[in-house]
Design a protein around this ligand. Structure first.
Ligand code: 4G1
Length: 225
C-alpha cells in the first residue's frame, strides 16, 4: 500500500516516523510520502494561498499548485481524498474500504480550505474525522493513514485484527497488568483463574455492558450489519 500526503505543512508529519507506522515504513510493508504543495508553486515567491473572491476572512489554497501536486503522484489506480468537514465521517467500515486500495492520495486543506475547483478537478472523495473546528486537514490525514496502515500485512499482528473482528463494533473490555493489587484495587479473580473460557465469557460480557452504557449507537449499528 502506498499513501501520498499533499500538504503545506510537511513538518507536521514527523509524528508518523515513530511508532508502529514508522516500523512498517522501514520494513517496506508500507510506503508513505509527504509532498510539499509549495514545491509546485509557479511564481518566485512560491505563493500557494490567496484572498477569497467575494471577500471574507482568511486565505484560500490556490488551485494550480494543488492540481500540479496531485498530478505528480496520481496514476490510474489512485484514490484521491480531501480531508474536510463536508465529507462522510470516518468509521471502521470506511477504513476497511480504503485498506483495499492500492494507492491513496490525501490532500490536506489549511486556512479556509482549498479553491473549490481543486476538489472538482482532483478529488474522488471527501472524508471528515468528526464535527469540530480544526486549523487544517493534516491531523485528519494522519488519522486516516494510521487507521488504514493497521490493515497492511506486517503492521499489526493478525491475531489483533482477528480479535477485533470477533468483538466487532464493541468497546474494549477492561485490561489489567501487574501488580495484582494497587492502592487496594484488585485484578478481577476470573483473569487469574487460568480458565480461558471463563475469561472470554467475562470479557465479552464486560464489552457488551460498557458499550450498552456508553455507546448504545454502536450496538444498533452492529444489529443492522
Ligand atoms: C465548518 C474537522 C468548518 C475539520 C464546520 C474535521 C469544521 C478535515 C477536517 C470546520 C477539518 C466544522 C476534519 C473547520 C478541517 C479547511 C481547513 C477546513 C481546516 C478546516 C465542523 C477548517 N476532518 N477544517 N474548518 O474546521 O479541515 O477532515
Amino acid at each position: 500500500m502506498k499513501i501520498d500526503i499533499l500538504t503545506l505543512f510537511p513538518e507536521m508529519f514527523s509524528a508518523l516516523d515513530s511508532s508502529i507506522i514508522g516500523r512498517a515504513v522501514k520494513n517496506g510493508d508500507l510506503e508513505i510520502n509527504i509532498i510539499n504543495i509549495r514545491d509546485f508553486a509557479h511564481d518566485k515567491h512560491k505563493r500557494c494561498d490567496d484572498t477569497p473572491y467575494g471577500g471574507g476572512a482568511g486565505m484560500v489554497m490556490m488551485v494550480e499548485p494543488i492540481f500540479k501536486a496531485v498530478n505528480s503522484v496520481k496514476t490510474a489506480n489512485s484514490h484521491v481524498i480531501y480531508t474536510s468537514p463536508r465529507g462522510r465521517t470516518l468509521n471502521q467500515a470506511i477504513v476497511q474500504e480504503l485498506a483495499e486500495k492500492e494507492h491513496i492520495v490525501i490532500l490536506c486543506g489549511h486556512y479556509e480550505g482549498v479553491d473549490e475547483r481543486a476538489i472538482e478537478l482532483c478529488v474522488d472523495e471527501e472524508i471528515s474525522v468528526g464535527d469540530y473546528v480544526l486549523t487544517g486537514g493534516e491531523i485528519p490525514a494522519m488519522i486516516i493513514a494510521d487507521a488504514v496502515s493497521r490493515y497492511v500485512d506486517g503492521v499489526v499482528k493478525k491475531t489483533s485484527l482477528e480479535e477485533e473482528s470477533f468483538s466487532n463494533g464493541l468497546l474494549e473490555y477492561p485490561q489489567y497488568t501487574k501488580p495484582q493489587v494497587f492502592e487496594g484495587l484488585e485484578v478481577p479473580a476470573v483473569l487469574l483463574s487460568g480458565n480461558h473460557q471463563e475469561v472470554d465469557k467475562w470479557r465479552l460480557e464486560q464489552a457488551e455492558k460498557i458499550t450498552k452504557e456508553r455507546r448504545p449507537d454502536l450496538l444498533k449499528r452492529r444489529e443492522e450489519q
